[in-house]
Design a protein around this ligand. Structure first.
Ligand code: 8ID
Ligand code: ZN
Ligand code: ZN
Length: 350
C-alpha cells in the first residue's frame, strides 16, 4: 500500500444549505497534532447527512461543508501528539470527532453530550471525501482485515441503535418495537435487538421493506402505509404493548404513536430527529402506565467497541447498496423520498 498523500482529492462539498452538492477536486486536509489523516475508502450515508445539508436542526453547520460520518478507511498520516495508532491501521470516522475531555459529561464518558463536541460531517469536514481528519482519541479502531464497506454503517447507525437498545433496559424475551425498521438505523436495530435476545416488531412502509425485515430476522411487521390503527395492532401483536420502542423514523406522528403502544413500565427511546418535532405524550396515559421516554444520542467509545464487536462476530450484517461518491445527490433524493432499503454506502474512488 502506498502512503503517498496527494495534495488534492475528490470530495462532495456544498457551500450553502440545500445548495448544489458539488463532486470535485478539493484540497487534502492536514491533520492537527491530535488528529489522524484517514484515507476513506467507503462511507455510509446517514439521514443526518441530509439534515446537515438541509440545515433543519437548531445547531449551525460549518459552511462550506463536506458531510459524512460513517467513514471506513486506512490511516495514512497523523499529527505529532497522536498515540496508539500507526500508518496502515484501519480506522473509522464517527459522528463524534472530538470533545473537550474535561467537562462533566466527558469525565463521565458521555462525550457526545459535551457542549464542545466536534461533529464529523457537521462542524468538521467528514467522510464524503477521499482523505479526512479525525481526532485520534475518538476515531474508531477497526480490526485488521474487516470488510470496510460493510463496517462503515456500524460507525454511526450500528453504534447508535446498539446504545439506544441498551437505553430501553429490556430483559431477554421482551418485545422491542422499531419504528422506521428498514432504513439505515432500523435495519441494524433489528439485528442488534435479536442478538441481544429480544423479539422484534418493526414498523415501516412497503413490500420491499417488509421483505428485508423478515430476512434480517424480524418477527412481526406493520406497514404504516396500510395499517389503519398502528397502536391497536402493536398492542395485539405483543399482547399488551412493546416493552421498549426505538424511534428511528423521521416522523413526529410515529413518535407520538409510540408513547401509546409502549407497554406499562416500558421505555420509549427517541433517536430519529425530525426537524422541529415535539414528542407529545398524554400525561394521564404516561402516569398510569408509568412509562419512560428517553433520548439516546450515538454512543461512547465503549459502545463503539462493543457495536463493532457484534459486527466482527457476524451477529450483525450491513444490508448495503454501494454507489460512487459522485452519486451522492441522487442518494439524498432517494432518502428524502423514503426509498432507501437498508443503507447506501458510497465508494470514494468513483
Ligand atoms: O444519535 C442519534 N440520535 C442519531 C444517530 C444517527 C441518526 C439519530 N439519527 C437520526 C437521523 O438524523 C434521522 O432523523 O435518525 C433518523 C433516521 O436515520 P436513518 O436510519 O439514517 O434514516 P433512513 O435510512 O432514511 O430511515 C428512516 C426510515 O423511517 C421510515 C422510512 O421509511 C425509512 O425506512 N419511516 C418514516 I420517514 N416515516 C415513518 C413512519 N411514520 C417510517 N417508519 C414508520 N412509520
Ligand atoms: Zn449518522
Ligand atoms: Zn466535554
Amino acid at each position: 500500500m502506498s502512503t503517498e498523500i496527494p495534495k488534492t482529492q475528490k470530495g462532495v462539498i456544498f457551500y450553502e444549505n440545500n445548495g448544489p452538492l458539488e463532486y470535485k477536486d478539493i484540497p487534502v486536509p492536514t491533520p492537527l497534532p491530535n488528529e489522524l489523516l484517514i484515507h476513506v475508502l467507503y462511507s455510509g450515508v446517514c439521514h443526518t447527512d441530509l439534515h446537515a445539508w438541509h440545515g433543519d436542526w437548531p445547531l449551525p453547520v460549518k459552511l462550506p461543508l463536506v458531510g459524512g460520518h460513517e467513514g471506513a478507511g486506512v490511516v495514512v498520516g497523523m499529527g505529532s501528539s497522536v498515540k496508539g495508532w500507526k500508518v496502515g491501521d484501519y480506522a473509522g470516522i464517527k459522528w463524534l470527532n472530538g470533545s473537550c475531555m474535561s467537562c462533566e459529561e466527558c469525565e463521565l464518558s458521555n462525550e457526545s453530550n459535551c457542549p464542545e463536541a466536534d461533529l464529523s460531517g457537521y462542524t468538521h469536514d467528514g467522510s464524503f471525501q477521499q482523505y479526512a481528519t479525525a481526532d485520534a482519541v475518538q476515531a474508531a479502531k477497526i480490526p485488521a482485515g474487516a470488510d470496510l464497506k460493510n463496517i462503515a454503517p456500524i460507525l454511526c447507525a450500528g453504534v447508535t441503535v446498539y446504545k439506544a437498545i441498551k437505553s430501553a433496559n429490556l430483559k431477554a424475551g421482551d418485545w422491542l418495537a422499531i419504528s422506521g425498521a428498514c432504513g439505515g438505523l432500523g435495519s441494524l436495530a433489528i439485528q442488534y435487538g435479536k442478538a441481544m435476545g429480544f423479539r422484534i416488531l418493526g414498523i415501516d412502509g412497503g413490500a420491499e421493506k417488509e421483505e428485508l425485515f423478515k430476512k434480517l430476522g424480524g418477527e412481526y411487521f406493520i406497514d404504516f402505509t396500510q395499517c389503519k390503527d398502528i397502536i391497536a395492532e402493536v398492542k395485539k401483536a405483543t399482547n399488551g404493548g412493546a416493552h421498549g420502542v426505538i424511534n428511528v423514523s423521521v416522523s413526529e406522528a410515529a413518535i407520538e404513536a409510540s408513547t401509546n403502544y409502549v407497554r406499562s413500565n416500558g421505555t420509549v427511546v427517541l433517536v430519529g430527529l425530525p426537524a422541529g418535532a415535539v414528542c407529545k405524550s398524554n400525561v394521564f396515559n404516561q402516569v398510569v402506565k408509568s412509562t419512560k421516554i428517553v433520548g439516546s444520542y450515538v454512543g461512547n467509545r465503549a459502545d463503539t467497541r462493543e457495536a463493532i464487536d457484534f459486527f466482527v462476530r457476524g451477529l450483525v450484517k450491513s444490508p448495503i447498496k454501494v454507489v460512487g461518491l459522485s452519486q451522492l445527490a441522487s442518494v439524498f433524493d432517494d432518502m428524502q423520498a423514503g426509498k432507501i432499503v437498508g443503507r447506501v454506502v458510497v465508494d470514494t474512488s468513483c
